[in-house]
Design a protein around this ligand. Structure first.
Ligand code: ZN
Length: 564
């Protein structure tokens, strides 16, 4: 059976509640570990059934947001998910309070109990309606951006298909394309400001109802960060400011010179080479063939994994109108199937999205035997190590995808820890500001964004683009709307993935075996423990950022980019 044949039926929420609550009574009252095991097992079954149907509906909706059936189903899960979240929170509360708590911890691990304790704090029945409203409001944002129709030179394009024009070798095309995209954000400015303002207010209300001062710590707790907090993240951002921002500025100088420009404006920034950015040498079907070949050579584990993905049609890669933006990987537990979603548009990003999402999918595929669902996926910063390291571990095959553009790809992709991380921490610091100032107006938020942007990305010059100059760039960053405080995860993970890159150049076998170990460990440990399994430096440790980026800088210095 392949994905198109996976059965979908809306779950019976009342039945779920009844069954779940019956098991909760057993968990609360039993003093017998065998009975406890069975009740926990049944709860995991109920959760898996729900998750499977909710995920099938969500994938099918994201593939075609104009499909009225799955749009309705998606609305249903926007309301149903918080209900199940509430049940799971009760399950955790009962585990923690159980007279068998010590036995549970001995059998299932301390990490499960830590997750349970943390998650209990993030839910109360009083916030149910606010959670439903929050889901609906983030869906509004996704639909607005996913359905965007941008008029450009007499044609209309969705957001993703505008990308090639934004990267064009011709400066006038880039300028015009930026104007067209800005038009969309400006004409929807009031709506998007309204959506975000509503989200911030809902989230602040949820936080205070739960007894938090504001949404910041709640955001961290919801991401089940059991081993670090805002203080550690603030120190990481300081390391970035000190060690990465200057290197990024010198890379921007190199880029300006390479492009033969006097000054780099925002519309030039995405173009890395005068001869054009690297492009994959074929279309979607061709790239999937290349990927099959690559994963069959990379290792027996990846061969089995990617054959499963293609046989079961678990990839939807092409960009189409009405499709949700971006890329993601998700998982349907009852089919033991990951799913990869992307919006290919003919740029190098197609290849990195494919290897990136395949990294996520390979991890869940490797850890899907954990009975405890909490251990199948780790926290998101650890997840991004799987995905980003896969981008680096597949380097030896990139010449097949890029052919004559291979050197350009290597140079620009290897630069990413330096070029991306300053942007990543900008997104993070902005969100701290937003949730620490819940009463701020939309205008004040934009001003705050621009101030933070100037600190980490001092070379961004928005020329005469008033909207971006007053601080509107973040409108396009969906994570800010959908999952607060998620974005820093990419920067933490990139600091780790860069170490896998360096390690793979020194000792490929060790790099690969550490990677497989990490993937198999799934979410059975918190982030900083997983780093030990992977044998990589903890990015929060003083000096870690500097050591990692120095190596990356050395690699870049060894390439004569003026010839690319
Ligand atoms: Zn990812």
């Amino acid at each position: 059976m392949d994905f198109t044949q996976y059965n979908y039926e809306r779950v019976d929420l009342e039945q779920i509640k009844t069954d779940f609550e019956a098991e909760l009574v057993v968990i609360e009252t039993t003093t017998d570990m065998a009975t406890m095991d069975q009740a926990m097992g049944r709860i995991y079954d109920i959760r898996n059934d729900f998750e499977t149907m909710a995920t099938i509906a969500s994938v099918r909706f994201s593939i075609d947001m104009t499909d009225t059936f799955y749009s309705g189903e998606n609305d249903f899960y926007d309301e149903a998910e918080p209900v199940v979240e509430g049940l799971v929170s009760k399950f955790y509360a009962k585990l923690v309070a159980s007279s068998l708590a010590e036995e549970i911890e001995a059998k299932y691990g301390t990490h499960l109990m830590n997750i349970a304790k943390l998650t209990v704090k993030t839910f109360a029945d009083e916030i149910l309606e606010d959670l439903q409203e929050e889901n609906k409001t983030t869906t509004e944002y996704s639909m607005l951006v996913g359905k965007a129709q941008i008029s450009f030179r007499g044609e209309t394009y969705n957001m993703s298909r505008m990308s090639p024009f934004l990267l064009s070798k011709d400066r006038d095309t880039r300028i015009e394309a930026q104007k067209a995209v800005t038009e969309f954000w400006v004409s929807n400015e009031a709506t998007i400001d309204g959506i975000y303002d509503k989200l911030v207010k809902i989230r602040h209300r949820i936080a205070t109802t739960l007894g938090y001062e504001n949404y910041v710590q709640l955001g961290y707790d919801k991401l089940t960060r059991t081993d670090y907090g805002p203080k550690e993240v603030a120190k990481f951002r300081e390391q970035v400011l000190e060690h990465i921002v200057p290197l990024n500025r010198s890379l921007i100088k190199r880029q300006t010179k390479r492009l033969g420009l006097d000054h780099l404006y925002y519309y030039d920034a995405a173009l890395k080479f005068n001869s054009g950015n690297p492009k994959p040498a074929g279309d979607e079907a061709w790239m999937v063939e290349q990927a099959k070949h690559m994963y069959s050579e990379l290792s027996p584990e990846t061969d089995e994994f990617f054959t499963f993905m293609t046989d079961k049609k678990l990839l939807d890669l092409a960009s189409r109108d009405g499709k949700r933006q971006g890329g993601y990987c998700t998982y349907m537990p009852n089919h033991r199937s990951p799913f990869i979603f992307a919006n290919f548009n003919g740029t190098a990003h197609d290849v990195t999205v494919l290897t990136h999402e395949a990294g996520h999918a390979f991890q869940i595929f490797s850890s899907r035997d954990y009975e405890v669902s909490e251990y199948q996926w780790p926290t998101l910063e650890a997840c991004e190590i799987h995905s980003m390291s896969m981008e680096y571990l597949t380097y030896p095959w990139m010449k097949n995808f890029f052919e004559e553009d291979h050197d350009k790809f290597t140079f620009s992709h290897s630069s990413e820890p330096i070029t991306f991380i300053p942007y990543g921490v900008t997104v993070d610091e902005f969100q701290h500001w937003v949730y620490e100032h819940p009463e701020a107006t939309p205008e004040e938020r934009k001003t705050a964004w621009r101030t933070i942007e100037k600190k980490y990305l001092p070379d961004r010059d928005y020329a005469d683009n008033e909207f971006l100059e007053k601080g509107g760039f973040w409108f396009r960053q969906g994570h800010i709307f959908r999952t607060p405080f998620y974005y820093i995860d990419y920067t933490l993970a990139m600091t780790c993935a860069a170490q896998f890159y360096v390690k793979s150049l020194d000792n490929r076998e060790k790099a690969w075996s550490d990677y497989v170990k990490l993937c198999k460990a799934g979410g059975s440990m918190p982030f900083t423990e997983l780093l030990k399994v992977a044998d990589v430096k903890n990015p929060f440790e003083e000096g870690a950022v500097a050591t990692v980026v120095e190596k990356v800088q050395e690699l870049l210095d060894s390439i004569d980019d003026t010839k690319l």
